[in-house]
Design a protein around this ligand. Sequence first.
Ligand SMILES: [Zn+2]
Length: 135
Amino acid sequence: MTPKEIFWMACDSTERQRAEYGPFRTRAEAETEARRLGFNFLVRYEHVLGEQEKVQEVRSIFIELPSASVEPAEAARKFYTRCAACGEAATHQEAWQAEVWADIHEFEHTRHRVRLFEQTRAEGLKEIGNWREAG
Ligand SMILES: [Zn+2]
């Protein structure tokens, strides 16, 4: 049998640009640390070793933690825009996307005014007042 080296990392997403923390020898250790950090994923790395214990092949498997885990505040936060005049609404990951949406909407519809809300799991919707004047 080919020798293998197996270890676990806690990570915040499955993206290429993810943050990882570890390594841990067991899944349980990685899971504990992931929950502490508010990370939602684990990666199981398998290094297939060749001659002189050189890594020949890397295999990785992502595991999403059950939803009971605490999400990082950043990931749980969304921006929500709604037009006060016509009611058209949209959600955005980033504040600048909300701003672009409002710019386009207010440009296409004269005298419409878009309101901005911040949506978090903990607090629900919260209006951000005077956001168009601020910038
Ligand atoms: Zn409108």
